[in-house]
Design a protein around this ligand. Structure first.
Ligand code: FPP
Length: 243
């Protein structure tokens, strides 16, 4: 089906981050197992990635598996690992051809060796691509990231007086990405769930009740249209002369 032509808003976020929530409820409402929801949530990912490139977004970060998701039943954890593996097997060449650079944020150490190797190969293969940087947050937690940064800073011998926000940010998993301008959370939940808690200090948020598998190009466009109308003040005031 031909894509509907959509007017690209003037102000586009450089970095978009997404909490892809609602896969489980999407599946349960259809009488399907939860993993069917996660599989469906991988199908629309391709459309969202393509739309990000089309709209001129340069960085996309997706929350695929949190440090807290280890508390889910083992079958769901294994299923999510398998989905990640299959996505890399099936989509890596297409992503590479489309100029997508894959990066991973979080910890690979608890992930099994085969998947870890696939992630590393994908990062290596796509490292020079420039169309879109795709950060996959897998076994990622914001608190874990901050603790990891503090430990590394100490191991590197930094003193308290050396430390400022710029140096600290260099020790985060996202060191090579700007802070997210816009964060989308699907499924009608209103919380950050340990996602980019340092980096989101001045991000704009967009919440939608749509479950992740139903989120696509048109709703992304809607979110960008809302973002275009936001005024970002970073704690300042707009009109100093009104004071
Ligand atoms: C939250 O929905 C979603 C997840 C924990 C997994 C997200 C994973 C995907 C979309 C698959 C794509 C993944 C990769 C590896 C790139 P939920 O299960 O918490 O939904 P619920 O709140 O309705 O139960």
């Amino acid at each position: 089906m031909a894509k509907e032509s959509l007017k690209i808003p003037k102000k586009i976020p450089t970095h978009l981050a997404i909490i892809m929530d609602g896969n489980g409820r999407w599946a349960l409402e259809k009488g399907l197992p939860r993993l069917a929801g996660h599989r469906a949530g991988t199908e629309n990912l391709r459309e969202v990635i393509e739309a990000c490139a089309e709209f001129g977004i340069q960085y996309l970060t997706i929350y695929a598996f949190s440090t807290e998701n280890w508390n889910r039943p083992p079958e769901e954890i294994q299923g999510l690992m398998k989905i990640f593996r299959m996505m890399l097997d099936r989509e890596l060449n297409n992503l590479h051809e489309d100029g997508v650079q894959l990066r991973h944020i979080g910890r690979l150490d608890k992930i099994d060796q085969e998947l870890r190797d696939k992630v590393k190969e994908a990062i290596q293969l796509t490292k020079d691509n420039k169309t879109l940087i795709l950060n996959i947050a897998f076994n990622y937690g914001g608190r874990d990231e901050i603790l990891h940064a503090v430990k590394q800073l100490m191991e590197d011998g930094h003193k308290a007086e050396d430390l400022d926000e710029d140096l600290f940010a260099k020790y985060l998993y996202t060191a090579d990405s700007p802070d997210p301008d816009l964060i989308i959370r699907t499924s009608g939940e209103y919380r950050c769930s340990n996602f980019l808690i340092w980096q989101a200090a001045y991000s704009e948020w967009y919440f939608t009740s749509t479950y992740w598998p139903d989120f696509g190009r048109e709703e992304l466009h809607q979110a960008l249209t809302v973002y275009d109308q936001r005024e970002r003040r970073y704690g300042e005031i707009q009109n100093i002369k009104d004071v």
